[in-house]
Design a protein around this ligand. Sequence first.
Ligand code: XIL
Length: 429
Amino acid sequence: MSRLLWTRRRFSRMAAAAALCPPLLAERRFAPASGPDVNGPNSLRAHGAAAGVLTGCAVVPELLDFDQGNASPDAEAYTRTVAEQAGILVAENAMKWSSLRPTASTYNFTPADKLFAFAAAYQQQVRGHNLCWHEQLPAWFSSVATKDNAASLLTQHIQTVAGRYAGRVHSWDVVNEAVYLQDSRPDGLRNSPWLQLIGPSYIELAFTAAAKADPHAKLTYNDYDIELDTPEQTAKRGQVLLLVRRLVARGIPIQAIGIQSHLQATGPKPGSGLLSLIREVAKLGLEVYITEMDVNTHQLEGGSDVQDAAVAEVYKSYLGMVLAEPNVKAFLTWGITDAHTWLNQIRQPWTIRPDGSRQRPLPFDDEYRPTPAFFAIRSAIDTARRPVSQPSSNAPQQPVSDPYAPFAVPGSPGTAPQPRPDGTPKPDA
Ligand code: XIL
């Protein structure tokens, strides 16, 4: 395909994606007071759609001015930005156990329902996050959950939540962060409440229940600290791959992995190990989603210009690398504006900057102006997804080591058996 034809096709797909933005907000759309127009066909959403990458962000449903009532200027700007920029949404907190389950016998679906209604109005897809995690469990959990009832508690939760939104979810983070090498188990699994109550089979239980409740959603295993080539992250990445291989070999329904991608502006950079993981799961037939990207500058000295340049550079190099992989189908940032990022809300040594200034990890700043990260993301989307005949120059073409070689994992019982070509596990699996 000629470059010109490709560009024309891409432009018409962008225009089509932009035209999808419904009148509800389009009537109220206004261009930024100064600076480039980043809305409509110039948005991340439209560029992502044109390139075949579902692009979006985590949201706080309470800030979405869905009724266009008496919203604050902040909620209005937030709503406009989310509607313009995101082709896919995920609840930052509203669909976790602690939000959905005020008591053991009641559910609060109000914020999650609002998110789904908003997404439907703006033709956005939705990721579900999450069905099973060791964190953000409700206060009642530890006194109610027992070894006798935990399996049915988990199954019923999944039936109720995934069942309620069945057919409307692009992908579910069925199990979140189940691998944790510091707990020193040979299988690499985290000694989470779920593992303590049910045993390692809780993971299979969760995926099987999710498949039953929503056969259309892509069922995803989601994790963090698997991006770098440091010894710790290489080992963790290896255990994640072994876990996924075990699930596939046993015929458990899993269709994707989520790579959270909470990256740092300083220190080691992601490299060939991550590419190997992406290609290994592609061989298993799985998709990959970049689920929670942001760039933390807590160890970076310098003013906001220095911060912006470093953050933009991480987005550019990271997306240039991962989006060149054809099975990477979605990319979400963990929030859309610095005004509401968790990195400015959680006051911890791993979030506080040397000079005490605010973090700027996202494509829009505190005043909803596009940051250098916005432009880095947009051009990475444009350039990384070239037609197959024009491989991206950003992706290492010849990884130093064999990308398909199994990872050496200290303490690992060995590489899990491969599934047969027809998908059934080997008898000894
Ligand atoms: C974070 C939220 O952003 C915070 O608001 C909350 O206080 C803690 O959880 N990995 C995940 C997300 O899978 O659910 C986490 O979200 C960030 C790390």
